[in-house]
Design a protein. Structure first.
Length: 255
């Protein structure tokens, strides 16, 4: 299995015959500390060119602009009628509203919306590929009302969890159907005692991939430095962690 950081929290998961793109199509204006999705990546995805050829499934955890762009997502869908998108209802609504505002064709056949009900689960199976959608509360009290979903992909009997911006709280994880083989988590999960406790008590992964990492040159609050130092102190108490610190950095995992 191979996990590649595209930008920010966006990842490409390659395992068996599947190539899954999660939270990887967002805008250039996102925030002051996170990396935007590069135009070169979008161009190659839209044209189905190496090294990003063969991607036919895109997923979004929520509609925040550091995870999702309706304009850029529509650009991909209109260029690639073979690509399908799964996301929460608000994210899919934003794609459709973008189209309505510009009198563009609606991508009905290419989109699937999942209702957000906390706590709640939604399962879908297609051949050897299965996905379970888990409703979460978003990290940060100010974002409590934002629909936020995580994904547990099951491929060839192995499970990969993508957490999006799930809140670091026990109440958020009490219904989590762990354990999983791999958990792709935002870096605070491995940089705080609260996050590490959730990993060991609820998620129970065999391995962790840490993403959503600030750009080093923009990381004025030294989040990365503090996270890596904390991980060094607790690394023997939690599963192995692989940090993806830069766009297009990859890790190959033995499962």
């Amino acid at each position: 299995m191979k996990v590649t950081c595209i930008a920010n929290a966006g990842v490409l998961i390659e395992f068996g015959r599947e190539k899954l793109l999660v939270d990887a199509v967002h805008g250039p204006e996102v925030t002051e500390i996170y990396t935007p999705t590069e135009e070169a990546f979008l161009d190659r995805l839209a044209a189905d060119k190496p090294p990003f050829q063969g991607i036919k499934r895109m997923f979004f955890t929520h509609h925040h602009p550091d995870h999702f762009s309706p304009e850029r997502t529509y650009r991909i869908l209109s260029s690639r009628p073979d690509i399908r998108v799964m996301a929460d209802e608000e994210t899919i609504y934003d794609i459709f509203q973008y189209c309505r505002d510009r009198n563009l064709p609606l991508p009905n056949a290419q989109t699937m919306s999942v209702p957000w009900r906390f706590p709640g689960h939604f399962s879908l199976g297609e051949g050897e590929f299965k996905v379970e959608v888990v409703s979460f509360l978003h990290e940060g009290e100010v974002y409590t009302g934002v629909p936020m979903i995580g994904y547990i992909f099951e491929i060839e009997g192995k499970t990969i969890f993508v957490a999006g911006d799930a809140r670091l709280s026990k109440g958020n994880m009490e219904a989590f159907p762990g354990p999983v083989d791999v958990a792709i988590l935002p870096f605070p999960f491995v940089g705080t005692g609260r996050g590490c406790e959730l990993i060991t008590e609820y998620i129970k992964p065999g391995q962790v991939v840490a993403v959503h990492v600030p750009e080093p040159e923009r990381d004025v609050d030294h989040f990365v430095e503090f996270t890596l130092k904390y991980y060094e102190k607790v690394k023997d108490e939690i599963p192995p962690v692989h940090f993806l610190l830069h766009p297009y950095e990859s890790v190959k995992l033995e499962l």
